[in-house]
Write a protein that binds this ligand. Structure first.
Ligand SMILES: Cc1cc2nc3c(=O)[nH]c(=O)nc-3n(C[C@H](O)[C@H](O)[C@H](O)COP(=O)(O)OP(=O)(O)OC[C@H]3O[C@@H](n4cnc5c(N)ncnc54)[C@H](O)[C@@H]3O)c2cc1C
Length: 411
């Protein structure tokens, strides 16, 4: 197998690098810029300007067909661009959810009118989208959602609550999964809509995080009116539509780049001291460094397998689950040991390399291990699809959602 760029890919890489060199500062080793999507209007403004610039240069929506405003490029070109962009300091990924998950869902399940109205403003950075799936009692088991939509002529009236909605506070539109029929099995009574986040009755309340930021929200719906024309897919087929979004989410997480890795840890181990000698000479540190290196190499080749599948037009299978389980833990372990090496400074946010880059990575790693499939859910996938073990016991298969709810209430 040849892991080098093909001549076309090498040319694309040079083009991407030239664009980045001309428009963004280079990232220094050991400095992972904050990519949080918080409440600062200036950050959103700079992210929008960056998106417009990327589009104009031909580096936005690389894999989308030209007919919908994309570049008609290959998944490998997308990966090459992401690898290059990770070497530069760029604004946070305000558009990751919209362009990575919501708009691809709209393109697959929406009408021509939906596409004409919404794809371009999302691509140019004028409109931001969020994903309204998770609820307090439905995360891994997203088909267990309770937010209800009831038909009222040409409209639907929505009541309920979502949680962990990244960027709801600055989003223009949201992709919303609701229950339209509680009297069928839980996966069968769902319907997908999109809505204007400024609709009457929508309230986004911030959730304060341990990192000090507030990227997420609880979103409450009180008698929110959504026209039936904003339905994606047929009534009761929301699960099929949601699977498109979730599949895109898995892939987006699978190709995440730009985290602090072995090289960054090595640089820190060389520059810090332990027992009055450079930490890199300490046997225990060298042992952990070797372990990080082995895991990183394993991840590298797992990603090559994912990319090979993508380049053949296939959907990567359980490799993306393996990649996420291992990289989430590696991110956390590497940042944790780095913070120990930094002594007292490691406990203070903003201290040390990259103004607290390891601390930020450590705080963010817990969320990474939950979002887009928790470690346990991904391990279930690996157990079933790779190891051929029996699937999870399903007690909710042959009952209606209403029966499940009444059994839950009696407990
Ligand atoms: C950074 C971040 C961003 C997010 N952004 C969004 C967003 O924009 N929109 C949105 O809709 N949601 C978002 N989420 C929510 C995310 O999708 C859920 O947190 C995730 O699906 C897990 O659901 P939960 O938090 O309800 O945990 P639960 O599903 O309740 O899980 C609790 C624990 O039980 C374990 N568990 C659950 N089921 C099983 C099982 N079958 N077998 C073994 N163990 C199991 C889990 O692994 C976990 O440890 C985000 C979350 C994070 C962390």
């Amino acid at each position: 197998m040849n892991f080098n760029d093909t001549p076309d890919e090498a040319q694309f890489r040079l083009k991407a690098r030239a664009f980045l060199e001309a428009n963004a500062p280079r990232r220094e080793r050991g400095t992972q810029p904050s990519r949080t999507v918080d409440r600062d209007a200036e950050v959103i403004k700079s992210a929008k300007a960056w998106q417009a610039k990327k589009l104009a240069a031909g580096f936005a929506a690389i894999t989308w067909p030209k007919a919908v405003g994309g570049q008609g490029g290959t998944p490998i070109q997308q990966i090459v661009y992401a690898q290059e962009e990770a070497q530069f300091v760029t604004p946070p990924g305000v558009f990751d959810i919209g362009l990575g998950m919501c708009i691809p869902t709209l393109i697959k399940h929406g009408s021509k009118e939906h596409m004409m109205r919404h794809v371009k403003p999302a691509l140019t950075g004028d409109e931001i989208w969020c994903q309204l799936f998770s609820e307090p009692a439905a995360g891994s088991d997203v088909a267990g959602i309770r937010t209800r939509a009831k038909r009222d002529g040409d409209n639907w009236i929505v009541n309920g609550q979502k949680v962990w909605t990244t960027g709801a506070h600055f989003s223009d539109f949201g992709l919303l999964l609701v229950r339209t029929d509680p009297d069928v099995a839980k996966h069968k009574g769902l319907t997908m809509f999109f809505l204007d986040m400024k609709s009457k009755g929508v309230e986004a309340r911030p959730i304060k995080q341990v990192s000090g930021g507030a990227e997420f929200n609880e979103v409450f719906f009180t008698d929110v009116v959504i026209p039936d024309s904003q339905r994606l897919g047929t009534i009761g087929d929301g699960w099929t539509v949601a699977l498109t979004t979730l599949m895109n989410e898995r892939l987006a997480v699978g190709i995440a780049t730009g985290i602090l890795g072995v090289e960054d840890f090595l640089a820190l181990a060389r520059s810090s001291h332990l027992d009055e000698e450079p930490a890199i000479r300490n046997g225990a540190i060298r042992d952990r460094l070797a372990q990080f290196f082995v895991e990183s190499e394993g991840l590298k080749y797992t990603r090559y397998r994912m990319w090979t599948a993508l380049s053949r037009g296939e959907t990567p299978g359980p490799q993306s689950s393996i990649n996420k389980v291992v990289s989430g833990k590696l991110m956390q372990d590497l940042a944790s040991l780095s913070m120990e090496l930094m002594g007292e400074a490691g406990m203070v946010s903003g201290e040390g390399p990259g103004n607290g880059a390891f601390q930020r990575q450590w705080l963010g790693a817990a969320g990474f291990r939950i979002a887009g499939g928790t470690d346990e859910i991904l391990r279930n996938i690996i157990a079933e699809r790779v190891l051929g073990m029996p699937p999870d016991v399903r007690v909710d298969k042959d009952v209606t959602f209403a029966q499940l709810e009444s059994a839950r209430a009696k407990r």
